[in-house]
Design a protein around this ligand. Structure first.
Ligand code: ATP
Length: 699
């Protein structure tokens, strides 16, 4: 830190009058002062240096200041110049904006004028176009109406042409069918003659016929497959047709509203109309093919059935029931055959000869089908299907359940999956299938019984019936309606007077007590089907209640009358104007047990005699049909009410050309104790099986 010379530092406090001391002090002061001066000197030097430094810095700053002032002046001059330029530019801009605004005003005025003139022109043009469009729309509408009328005329002509062609084709097919039938008839006659003369060689021919049947069945199956695919195609075509109809409707409505491009639209409309026409043509062609396929199927089915024979026999043994013992010994040698068993061997009970030797007899039988005790109702029905289906095609068919009391006739006919309910279901599904081919059906059902050579209406009013004098549980009355059988020689139709009948299809629309309430037309078809099922069940229940049942020694609920369930199918195809009428008789015959075995007495004996008489008449009629040489040959239908009632359905061809097919179902008891009854049933069946009746003809 620098030391500064002050008055106090230079004037020390000294004692008065001490010269030496004062001198010494002075010297010391002088030395001190000298050192202080030296210090001050050095500090002055450093101060000088700092001063010099400051001065040089000041000079620099001054120079900088001068430079900055010069730059400031330059900048001020630049700013002044820029201000002048800005002023000039602002003035120019003001002038330019004024000019521009004037130009814009001019342009707007001109644009408005042009716009007004263009708008006027456009309005005129729009008016012109609208008038022209209205004229075009009128013209197009007229053209379209004309095209529609022309299309309708063309369609009518085509339909008329197709109908004529179809009738020609139908006539040709009928002629072909007649020729084929005659040829087949001749073939069958020849075969029968040949078969009689060479009985041993007939096995080979039968095999050939079976092969033919198999072939025809295969053909039928493939025809069914083709028919199925055609059905699918029809469905697709119909869907396409519906879609095209929708498109057409949309196009027609668009025509009235859409602007411009009418030419393109009318072109599109023409294309769519063409497509629609193509679809209609395709659908018509498919329908025609489908109808031809159906005719072919019918022909094939008829041929198969004819080859199999118009009278067929099936034998069926029922299973042992609870509590039953000692079954008869029966073998089924060909039970595993691919087309089903046809043979059975019945062993007679062992007997002793006069010499005391054991005798074991056995009897061989062969039928069109043999069913063992394990066969269920639906298996039996599967083999009756094609026969029942032919009713839809216009043939008369009778299925007769024959056998002793308790052998399972009623179970097979009306039991679960029995022939009656299964036939109804099959016929309904067939009718629905044929609906697609234009065939509409009506189905009528009646149910009668023949008791002691009297006909009773099983669907009649039970309240009007009185108890018979000697008939025990009989429900037969003295005031009952009289039923007579009539055969119409021209139509071949059999009618029974005062007989109730129930329309099973189509379902009626009334609400009456009987038949049960039916669904209305707007309800789905399955409701109609359920109506039919309900009506059939009610019908069977009513008949079961009314049916004549009396006790015998053979069975505690033995049927003492023949019951006949009659279904009549009236079919019509509006497109071809063809019609058909087929009758299905499902007959549950009374027990066939022999008089002495049943132990019947009095009125029961009379009943049994009547039953046996009618059953033997049935055998006689079938035999006479087999031996019939010409139309004049006598067939003893009138020998019993049963055969007279079934006259037009027992196989063979009636005078009016209406013909029929018969299936005899032999029901057998499995018991050894019933061996004699079973044997007589099997002999009856063998007699029927050996009968050959000519080809069936549809009316
Ligand atoms: N295939 C079968 N499976 C099971 N049970 C059967 C079969 N066949 C018959 N039955 C039974 O045997 C008994 C007698 O059958 P069903 O009444 O059908 O004989 P039927 O010959 O019709 O007698 P009827 O002479 O009284 O008419 C019934 O209880 C029935 O249920």
């Amino acid at each position: 830190m620098p030391v500064f010379l002050t008055k106090e530092s230079l004037t020390p406090v000294l004692p008065a009058w001490d010269t030496k001391g004062r001198l010494e002090d002075m010297e010391q002061y002088f030395i001190a002062l000298k050192s202080e001066v030296q210090a001050a000197q050095s500090s002055k030097t450093s101060l000088d240096e700092s001063l010099a430094l400051y001065k040089s810095r000041l000079q620099e700053v001054t120079a900088e200041n001068q430079e900055l002032s010069a730059r400031n002046r330059t900048l001020t001059a630049d700013v002044e110049r820029a201000r002048n330029d800005l002023h000039t530019t602002t003035t120019d801009f003001t002038h330019a904006r004024r000019d521009h605004e004037r130009a814009i005003q001019d342009l707007e005025t001109r644009h408005d004028r042009e716009l007004a003139s263009v708008s006027q022109k456009l309005e005129k043009e729009v008016e012109l176009v609208s008038r022209e469009r209205e004229r075009d729309a009128d013209r197009f509408r007229r053209e379209m109406d004309e095209a529609k009328q022309q299309w309708r005329r063309q369609k009518d002509d085509e339909t008329a042409g197709l109908t004529t062609a179809h009738w020609d084709e139908l006539a040709q097919l009928k002629a072909d069918h007649g020729t084929e039938t005659a040829a087949l008839q001749r073939q069958v006659d020849e075969l029968r003659l040949a078969g009689e003369s060479r009985a041993t060689e007939s096995a080979g021919e039968v095999q050939n016929l079976r092969d033919t049947i198999m072939n025809l069945e295969n053909q039928l199956q493939s025809a069914n497959v083709v028919a199925e695919s055609l059905r699918t195609r029809i469905a697709a075509d119909e869907a396409r047709y519906a879609a095209l109809e929708q498109e057409k409707a949309a196009l027609v409505s668009k025509t009235h509203f859409l602007e411009g491009n009418q030419e393109a639209q009318s072109l599109e409309f023409t294309t769519m109309s063409q497509k629609l026409q193509d679809a209609i043509d395709a659908k018509d062609a498919t329908l025609t093919t489908l109808r031809k396929e159906e005719m072919l199927r019918r022909k094939l089915n008829a041929t198969i059935l004819e080859l199999r024979g118009n009278i067929r026999v099936f034998a069926r043994t029922r299973p042992l029931l609870q509590g039953e013992e000692e079954p008869a010994k029966v073998d089924y040698p060909d039970v595993d055959a691919l087309d089903g068993g046809k043979e059975m061997v019945v062993h007679a009970p062992t007997t002793l000869s006069a010499t005391g030797k054991e005798r074991n007899e056995k009897h061989n039988y062969a039928f069109d089908r043999v069913f063992g005790p394990c066969s269920a109702n639906d298996q039996v029905f599967a083999d009756c299907r094609d026969l029942i289906q032919s009713v839809v095609d216009g043939y008369n068919v009778s299925i007769l359940s024959y056998g002793q009391t308790g052998s399972g006739k009623t179970y097979g006919m009306s039991g679960p999956d029995g022939i009656i309910p299964s036939s109804i279901a099959l016929l309904l599904s067939e009718m629905q299938r044929l609906l697609e081919k234009g065939w509409e059906y009506a189905v009528e059902a009646s149910f009668v019984e023949v008791y002691n050579e009297t006909i009773n209406d099983l669907l009649g009013d039970a309240k009007s019936w009185d108890e018979g004098e000697d008939l025990g549980a009989s429900i037969r009355g003295k005031r009952k309606e009289k039923h007579e059988i009539h055969h119409d020689a021209i139509t071949g139709r059999t009618t029974v007077t005062n007989l109730s009948s129930v329309m099973l299809w189509p379902p009626p629309e009334n609400d009456g007590q009987w038949p049960p309430a039916a669904p209305t037309g707007s309800q789905p078809a399955d409701l109609g089907t359920s109506y039919t099922e309900k009506a059939v069940q009610q019908l069977l229940d009513t008949a079961a209640k009314n049916r004549r049942v009396a006790a015998t020694k053979s069975n505690e609920r033995s049927s003492r009358s023949h019951s006949i369930f009659m279904l009549t199918l009236h079919g019509r195809c509006a497109a071809t104007n063809a019609s058909s009428e087929g009758v299905l008789n499902l007959v549950d015959l009374a027990g066939s047990e022999r008089l002495k075995q049943s132990g019947a007495e009095g009125s029961r004996a009379k009943e049994t005699a009547a039953i046996n008489k009618s059953l033997s008449s049935l055998g006689d009629v079938i035999a006479a049909l087999g031996n019939k040489k010409g139309d004049d040959s006598h067939v003893p239908y009138r020998n019993s009410k049963l055969t007279y009632l079934l006259q037009s359905s027992l196989g063979g061809t009636a005078a009016n050309g209406k013909s029929s097919r018969t299936l005899m179902l032999l029901h057998l008891s499995p018991l050894q104790a019933h061996w004699q009854e079973s044997r007589s049933s099997l002999l009856f069946g063998s007699k029927v099986q050996g009968t050959h009746i000519g080809a069936a003809k549809k009316r």
